[in-house]
Design a protein around this ligand. Sequence first.
Ligand code: ZN
Length: 290
Amino acid sequence: MLGFLAAGGACVGSFLNVVAYRLPRRCMSVSKPRSRCPKCTSLIGWRDNIPVVSWLLLRGRCRSCASPISARYPAVELATAALFVALAHLLPLAPAALIEPAKHAGEWITYLAAATITSALIALTLIDWDWQILPDPITKGGMLLGPLLLLVAPGLQPATGWLNTVKVAGVPLIESIGIRGVVALHGVLGEVVAGGSLWIIGVLGSKAFGREAMGFGDVKMLAAMGGVLGLWALLALGVAALVGAVVGIAMKGVGRGRYVPFGPFLALGMWTVMLRGEPMLDAWLGLYRF
Ligand SMILES: [Zn+2]
């Protein structure tokens, strides 16, 4: 089953390469036309379009004009394959789910929802790295889709005990709208609180530094993250800020003065908190206990 998921992940990674190339170039559709070599514009046939394998067989060069093809393409395909395999371990998705999919429908729905989110995070990471933008179709689309995904896959959100005690007009909310409804509502709350807090931080930062401290794209991305994680998005923001600061300082240290966008770190925070939010929060709070 892991081979099956890896192959699927490599194909999705191949598609994400196309998305990352075409989505920021607004004149291009993601689905049409078929892929061409950007140098010589010759069409790329199916046998030269097999994830990872074709790049290796072509030794990283275009079949027609021999101009180099970036190693980033197979790297993204491999990374997506690895993350899709990791998801099966972390969720988890039982190995038997491939043989008897009907018996494991719930697991598959959660897996596919998590794989969709993972794919969106990879695309955002690539596009933010290249262009320092986080495109609206993904961030705003995520804000819309997040709470809806929770209705079918509530397991995407780390558990939040106090949600079970919320009462409306004396009736526990969980009894009136069910666990799925509660989790989805928490997602909407997360969008408002997480997006709102980052927006306020951005406004204050801009005032303090006299220039744009943070793009509005980051605000929309964190809001979309809140749509799935609820208030756990604030933990994801903490992870992003911490890892981002460490990497930013390290890159300054080695003298690579490139501007480091925040989106890839938000993506890392989202992925880790979605899959292991509770132990991460426990470990962090544990630092204050002695
Ligand atoms: Zn070519």
